[in-house]
Design a protein around this ligand. Structure first.
Ligand code: PDD
Length: 281
């Protein structure tokens, strides 16, 4: 693969970053994952806007303009012949001369910008999209600024491993009795055709797919309610599903061993997935 590192296109095994990079030492950086369908970027604009927000919340200046960023995304997709897959982008606070908790001076320590592509042929027809996924619930033990898309992903990774150990696909995280989100996706339930999902706050990532899907739902005259829900309420729901740039809209058919609906992806999530994929291609 050809990857992008600080202004240059290089072979992936030639892309080198300092051991003093704050992304490596302190998880001091942010990222975005933009999906590619039929060679086209999905919702690039939304990801670019969220990137700017994440950077500014962390007191970082975006080192690359939106137009340049779009050009780099497109160039990598072309060079790596990505049809279906995605582009990963990461910006860290760079590599100061030594390890220090205080932020380095941005004038002398430029940010590190990395982009690479991931090809996923047939991603829209994945087995998980047909069968739906099984989730477990776990406590949400992440920090309090989940609205910032930082590379600090240890707890979500642990959550995935807990799910795997339980024979499941993912974990829904719970705080103060209410579901926040999945380890790398937003969480929804459906009751009597009403789509219910947690409202935006610092407690969850403001999903770009979430924004698109809720817009499509409203355009299709589907009812949406943004409010908290519990695992018990989810177990009793007619349907459950998740959204993310990598999974699009995907049914959830089991929560903590309890079957949801008929145990297959429900009609609301299937319809939303269809609309989302149609609109994205
Ligand atoms: N994850 N919530 C969390 C905690 C996430 O990490 C993600 C995305 C989402 C969905 O956001 P979006 O619709 O913008 O992809 C929600 C990406 C895909 C990842 O970490 O790979």
């Amino acid at each position: 693969r050809t990857v992008y590192l600080n202004g240059e296109y290089v072979a992936e095994n030639e892309a080198k970053v300092s051991i003093f990079d704050r992304g490596f030492l302190m998880a001091d950086g942010v990222y975005e994952v933009t999906s590619v369908l039929d060679g086209k970027l999905v919702d690039f604009e939304g990801h670019a806007v969220r990137l700017d927000r994440s950077l500014s919340e962390l007191g970082m200046k975006n080192p690359i303009t939106k137009d340049e960023l779009l050009a780099v995304h497109r160039e990598l997709v072309t060079r790596n012949d990505v049809v279906d897959g995605g582009v990963y982008l990461q910006i860290t606070r760079g590599a100061p001369a030594d390890r220090d908790f205080a932020f380095p001076d941005p004038e002398t320590t430029p940010c590190t910008v990395v982009l690479f592509t991931q090809s996923k042929p047939g991603v829209t027809e994945s087995p998980a999209s047909k069968t739906g996924i099984k989730v477990i619930s776990i406590a949400d033990e992440r920090w309090g600024r989940r609205d910032i898309k930082t590379v600090q992903l240890l707890y979500p990774s642990m959550g995935k491993m807990m799910a795997k150990a339980a024979g499941c696909d993912d974990a829904w995280m719970v705080e103060d009795g209410f579901v926040t989100e999945g380890t790398s996706n937003n969480a929804y339930i459906v009751k009597g055709n009403k789509i219910i999902t947690r409202a935006l706050s610092n407690d969850i990532l403001h999903g770009i797919t979430r924004a698109a899907v809720l817009r499509f739902a409203q355009e299709a005259q589907m009812e949406v309610e943004e409010r908290n829900f519990t695992i018990d309420e989810a177990k009793e729901a007619d349907e459950a599903f998740i959204t993310s740039a990598t999974m699009f809209v995907n049914g959830v058919v089991e929560i903590d061993g309890a079957q949801i609906g008929d145990g297959v992806p429900g009609h609301v999530s299937k319809r939303l997935r269809e609309i989302y994929l149609d609109e994205s291609r």
